[in-house]
Design a protein around this ligand. Sequence first.
Ligand code: XMP
Length: 516
Amino acid sequence: MPATDTVVILDFGSQYTQLIARRVREAGVYSEIHPCTVTAKDVAALGPKAIILSGGPSSVTDADAPPFDPAVFDLGLPTLCICYGMQLLAHTRPGGAVAASTDREYGRAELTILAEVPLFAGLPRDGAHTVWMSHGDKVTAPPAGYVVAARTKNVDIAALANVEARVYALQFHPEVAHTEDGERILHNFLFAVAGLTPGWSMAGFVETELAALREKVGEDEVVCALSGGVDSTVVAVMLHKAIGRKLHCIFVDNGLLRLGEGEEVAAYLREHFDLNLHYIDAARLFLDRLAGVTDPEVKRKIIGTTFIEVFEAEAAKLPKVKYLAQGTLYPDVIESVSFKGPSAVIKSHHNVGGLPEHMQLALIEPLRELFKDEVRKLAVELGMPDFIIWRHPFPGPGRAIRIIGEVTEERLEILRRTDKIVQNELVASGWYRKVWQGFAVLLPLKTVGVMGDGRTYENVAAIRVVDSLDAMTADWSRLPSELLASMSNRIINEVKGVNRVVFDVSSKPPSTIEWE
Ligand code: XMP
């Protein structure tokens, strides 16, 4: 935890918990999410200046409701209880009561403010405020010492306030964009109620992180796997700034990268930094091992284990290396279904999964406190160019999982050229930055066509372009038909071996973003 005012968010499983953390950070205050299983003593030991209890899908009256230590309310810290958090407050404080509501309420509601409290300072009083609700239970009696600060048509007690204790509760979600004045309410909590000082900024983060990295590494050396994606490149640049040539970057070219991808990033890093870059051309090895393989999971496993083997062999040549640096992000670290215990989620980074156990190196994860959009801000702070910062995500197994069926050099070349056109067209039309990800897929399927006067019998390529916030869910991007026409025309005319192009109109779920 950095030496700046910090807010601890206790997670009761709400889909919005991460959003709360981001909103707090956007206000310039550092925030951390912890599972609701932590005790009041644990929370106190973290030294926060304020606490936020998240919402959650459970009912406080359920036998298997998430565990919670009500002594959190006795810590004397400014506390904001959102949705489920509000019900917990009413359920655990004397005098309060919660009842299961017959009419569950989702979506928009009109809030009327009933009390002049610091949390609602500066909110217009003429008429109702639109807020976003998502709850089943309702608070039916305020705990002793609390006033009812707002209501909606369906909910008589939509906000509770204990001004003296600096504890507030909201039945609605101030963190979602649909709640008018949500930002104002959160700012009021952070600054007017809790009196926090904003101390979280990217420049500050870089300064403290660089010092911490230098201190941690000391005279040892660090190795990192550079993939060409934004996360691993930011990790490399950060560490290079901190420890210079004591960082070794290993770039494994598996022959499955996007056209120009590896070379571009390597060239940039070479040009701008005196980086210890170990470039390993292992394309032949990967392709040989993929020969004849069609099962997607087998492909992924072969690529994963071959990567580890190549990386390890190179790292073994570096005896002074004690650390492995990884681009793990904050969402990978948070236990999203917190109350089910740590075994439920913590994900390992899927490109380099397995490396730490194999190599017995201690981990360095400079991005583990950051969200994806914060990594991009960090990249800007570090002076990195747009072409790296805004690059679409590219999976570790690369084009192997975008060639359905066997991966051969010929098919890799067809996909490479098709994908290049999709990328070029997205960039030229200004759509590249608007979508989450766009790429081509080569199908194991030939169809009949006609070119000039002759019959053709060639491959089908699919175009996959999706909108998403976090890759957990996604929808196909509504690209203009002229753009699709131009992609299709160019692919069929310029790529020998493709005579038909289709556009993927599936959402995730039930489909996934990648085809394999
Ligand atoms: P799916 O296909 O699961 O993809 O909807 C979600 C996101 O993850 C990317 N992806 C991967 N990234 N290694 C990675 O680094 C992988 O093995 C991998 N598989 C999928 C995918 O491109 C999308 O952004």
